[in-house]
Design a protein around this ligand. Structure first.
Ligand code: GAL
Length: 683
C-alpha cells in the first residue's frame, strides 16, 4: 500500500540547510517558519560529510539537534539521503565512482552529481550511509519521510565510466542473450559494426562526427540508463522501507533518461517535483509565437500528475534564480510567487515546500534566492509566504486528495522521447507539438492530462478521455496500434501528426507504407513527404469548414493518399507542387474517429481541431479572458474550480452561478474582477 502525500492537512514548508548557518540562528528560523504557517522542512540532502566526515565514522550530532529542535517547534522533517554529493574523501580514495563524459573527461568536485550509478563501491557506500541514517532516524517522531538522493539525472544524464560500460554489457546480455540478436537489433551489418565477442560491446563512444552513435545502440543506452538509475535508487528505497517502515519515500525531479513512472510504481509512495516556472522563459525559444511563459509550466506539472495524481512539490520557486555563471532569472513580481504556488496546487500538489528558507551566502547558488534575503530582515517574499500560509491553513484541507478533471490527454511515451534525441526527423516535432497543443487548450480553458503509453497501459486508462492527442509517435508497435484501435472503436477520438507509426521498438524502420503500424487506424497512406526548411519555402494548409481558412503547415509535410472509404479530407495543402492534395484527414472507425495531420502542429491548427472534435471547457458557468487558466479538482462530493490570472493587470471574469471563493471565503457572482496575478478557488 502506498502512503498518501497528505492525510490531515495541506502541508506547506521550506527547504532548510541547518549546516549552512550558525546554530544560534536555528531557533529563530523555526519560530518564524511556524509564524508563516509552515509545517514541514526538508533537510540533509547534500550533507554527507557532516554525517560521515571520515570513512566509517558516523556523526549525527548536528542533525540530531536540528531535527529535535524542529520537532519541538512543531515542524515535520523530510530527510534527504545525501548521495547526490559524495564527500571528497570518498572520490579521492575511490576515483572509480566518478562519472565520465562521452568524450572521456572524468568529472570532479566543484558542483554535484559527479558520480556514476554503476560503481559497486559507490553503491556499497551509498547503502551504508542510507542504512546508518535510516537506523538512526527511522523511529524519530519528527521525521515523516525520505527523499532519495536529489534530482536523479539532473545536471547530467549520461554515464561513461568503466563500470557503466560493464553494467551496460551485462544489461544487454540479459536482454538479448546472444550476440546474434544484439547485432540484429542494432542493425550492426550497417557500416560493419557486427560484434563477435561481448567484450567488444560498449556504450556509445566518440565517433568522427561529434555525437553520431548508432541510433539503435543509443536508444538501448537510454533504456539502460533508466533501468540503472532505478536500480541505484532501489538500493536506498529497500533500506529505508526496512528500517523506517512508517515514514514515506519519495524523490524529486523529472529529468532525462529516466522512466519516472516505473521508478514511482516500483519504489516510491509518491513522486515529488521541483517547480521553477521561470525556467519556461530561459529555456524556451525566444522567437516562439505567442508563448505561454510561466503558464506553460503547467505542461510539466501535468506530466508529474500522470506519475502521481497527487504529488509533492519539494522545491517551489520563491525568488529570482541564478547560479554564479548561469540561469539568471528575474525576480518574481508581487503576487507571482503566490500564483506559482497555486499553479502547483491547481495541478494536483498536496504538499509544497519552498526553495529555500534563506539565500545562501556562499557557493554556486549565491544568486538563487530563497524567501529570506542574506540580510534576514523582513521582506516582500516573506510576507507573501505568510499570506499563502494563512490561506492554506484554512483552505488546504478541503483540497487534499481531490483529483484533477480532464477530458483530453496529450499522449507521450519514453521510447519516442529517447529515440527522438538522435532523430531530427521526429524528435523536435514532439516537443513543439506538445507545446502548441498546450497553448491552444489553455487559451480555450480546457484542462488536459498527459498520458504516458506504457506496456501496461490499459484500455480503461485510455477510455477516461474523450480525445487523445499523440502528435508524432514514430515508434509504434502493432500492439500499441491495436490498443489504440480498441480505444477508437469504443468511441475515442485520436489525433496523430506527421511521422507517425514508421519505426519498430528498436527504432528500425518498417518496410511498410507510412504510417506503418497506424495505417489501418488512419485509413490513409503517405504518398510523399518532405522537411519544410532550407531551400523549401514555408507551406500552408487550407481548411474546408474552418473560419480561419489557411494555417501554416509547419516543419514537415506528409502528402496523404486516401485508402479507405471511411476517410474524409478535412484540409488540403494550399501551396507548393502538392497544393490541393490531402493534408488533414479524419477516419470514422467504430464509434470513434482518427485524425491524421500531415505537418507539425501549431496553435492555430490545434485550435481548429479542438472545435471540430467538439472539445469544450468543462465549466459552462464561467466566461473567462484568455489570460486566465482554469483547472478543476474534484472530490467525492465537492468540486473546486481554480482560476489563475497570469497577467499583471486585473481582468474581468463573469460567473453565471453564485460561487464561494475558498481562499477568501467571499461569495461571488456576475461580473468579478481578478487582480493581477490573482487566484480564485471557486466551489
Ligand atoms: C534544484 C536543486 C536544488 C537547487 C535548486 C536551485 O534543481 O534540487 O538543490 O539547486 O535547483 O538551483
Amino acid at each position: 500500500m502506498k502512503k498518501p502525500v497528505a492525510t490531515e492537512k495541506f502541508e506547506l514548508g521550506v527547504c532548510y540547510y541547518p549546516e549552512h548557518w550558525p546554530e544560534s540562528m536555528w531557533e529563530d528560523d523555526y519560530r518564524r517558519m511556524r509564524e508563516l504557517g509552515f509545517t514541514i522542512i526538508r533537510i540533509g540532502e547534500f550533507a554527507w560529510s557532516i554525517f560521515e566526515p571520515v570513512q566509517g565514522e558516523f556523526q549525527f550530532g548536528l542533525f540530531d539537534r536540528a531535527i529535535d529542535l524542529a520537532h519541538k517547534h512543531g515542524l515535520q522533517v523530510v530527510l534527504g539521503t545525501p548521495t547526490a554529493t559524495p564527500p571528497a574523501w570518498l572520490t579521492h580514495k575511490y576515483p572509480e565512482v566518478l562519472n565520465v563524459t562521452y568524450e572521456g573527461v572524468t568529472l570532479q568536485h566543484g558542483m554535484r552529481r559527479h558520480y556514476n550509478y554503476s560503481s559497486p563501491k559507490y553503491r556499497e557506500l551509498c547503502a551504508r550511509i542510507t542504512e546508518q541514517m535510516a537506523e538512526h532516524y527511522g523511529n524519530h517522531p519528527g521525521v515523516v519521510g525520505w527523499q532519495i538522493d536529489n534530482e536523479l539525472n539532473c545536471e547530467i544524464s549520461e554515464f561513461y565510466s568503466e563500470s557503466d560500460h560493464k553494467a551496460f554489457r551485462e544489461w544487454l546480455q540479459q536482454k538479448y542473450v546472444t550476440l546474434e540478436r544484439l547485432n540484429e537489433a542494432w542493425g550492426a551489418v550497417f557500416w560493419n559494426q557486427s560484434y563477435s565477442d561481448w567484450s567488444q560491446v560498449y556504450l556509445p563512444r566518440p565517433t568522427p562526427s561529434p555525437k553520431q552513435p548508432n541510433p539503435h545502440q543509443a536508444l538501448d543506452e537510454k533504456r539502460f540508463i533508466s533501468a540503472n538509475t532505478i536500480s541505484f535508487a532501489e538500493n536506498q528505497a529497500d533500506i529505508i522501507r526496512k528500517l523506517a517502515p512508517k515514514q514515506w519515500v519519495t524523490t524529486n525531479g523529472l529529468f532525462g533518461h529516466l522512466d519516472s513512472h516505473e521508478l514511482t510504481d516500483e519504489l516510491l509512495d509518491f513522486f515529488s517535483y521541483d517547480s521553477y516556472p521561470q525556467f519556461s522563459t530561459i529555456f524556451y525559444d525566444p522567437n516562439e509565437r505567442n508563448p505561454l511563459n510561466d503558464r506553460g509550466w503547467g505542461l510539466s506539472l501535468s506530466i508529474v500528475r500522470s506519475i502521481s495524481p497527487n504529488f509533492c512539490i519539494m522545491e517551489q520557486q520563491s525568488g529570482p534564480g541564478g547560479w554564479v555563471n548561469r540561469m539568471d532569472m528575474p525576480s518574481p513580481k508581487p503576487g507571482q510567487m503566490r500564483l506559482w504556488t497555486y499553479q502547483s496546487i491547481a495541478h494536483g500538489a498536496d504538499m509544497v515546500l519552498y526553495f529555500r528558507w534563506r539565500t545562501a551566502t556562499m557557493g554556486n547558488e549565491i544568486y538563487w534566492h530563497g524567501i529570506n534575503d542574506y540580510h534576514n530582515q523582513p521582506n516582500r517574499r516573506v510576507r507573501e509566504a505568510g499570506q499563502i500560509g494563512q490561506e492554506l491553513a484554512g483552505a488546504g484541507q478541503a483540497l487534499i486528495g481531490t483529483r484533477n478533471q480532464a477530458n483530453v490527454a496529450i499522449v507521450r511515451d519514453y521510447a519516442n522521447e529517447w529515440d527522438g534525441e538522435y532523430d531530427v526527423w521526429h524528435g523536435p516535432f514532439m516537443w513543439k507539438s506538445n507545446k502548441e497543443w498546450y497553448k491552444a487548450l489553455q487559451r480555450k480553458h480546457i484542462p488536459n492530462d498527459v498520458l504516458y503509453l506504457r506496456k501496461k497501459t490499459t484500455l480503461e486508462e485510455l477510455a477516461r478521455y474523450d480525445v487523445l492527442i499523440y502528435p508524432h509517435p514514430a515508434i509504434m508497435t502493432d500492439e500499441t496500434a491495436s490498443l489504440l484501435d480498441e480505444y477508437v472503436q469504443q468511441g475515442g477520438k485520436l489525433i496523430f501528426g506527421c511521422r507517425t507509426g514508421y519505426k519498430d521498438e528498436r527504432g528500425q524502420c518498417y518496410m511498410r507504407p507510412f504510417p506503418g503500424a497506424a495505417r489501418d487506424l488512419c485509413g490513409i497512406t503517405v504518398e510523399e513527404f518532405t522537411m519544410v526548411k532550407g531551400s523549401r519555402q514555408p507551406t500552408t494548409i487550407s481548411w474546408s469548414g474552418a473560419a480561419e481558412g489557411v494555417t501554416g503547415a509547419d516543419d514537415f509535410n506528409d502528402i496523404l493518399r486516401i485508402e479507405d472509404d471511411s476517410v474524409e479530407v478535412m484540409a488540403v495543402y494550399a501551396s507548393d507542387y502538392y497544393a490541393g492534395k490531402p493534408a488533414v484527414t479524419r477516419n470514422r472507425r467504430g464509434k470513434g474517429e482518427v485524425w491524421y495531420y500531415g505537418a507539425v502542429f501549431n496553435e492555430q491548427a490545434a485550435s481548429i481541431i479542438i472545435d471540430q472534435v467538439s472539445l469544450q471547457s468543462p465549466v459552462d458557468w464561467l466566461v473567462l479572458p484568455e489570460d486566465v487558466e482554469l483547472q478543476v479538482r474534484n472530490g467525492t462530493s465537492s468540486s473546486y474550480t481554480f482560476l489563475l490570472n497570469y497577467s499583471e493587470a486585473p481582468v474581468a471574469i463573469h460567473l453565471h452561478e453564485t460561487k464561494m471563493d475558498l481562499l477568501s471565503g467571499t461569495t461571488l457572482s456576475g461580473e468579478v474582477t481578478m487582480e493581477g496575478f490573482g487566484v480564485l478557488i471557486l466551489h
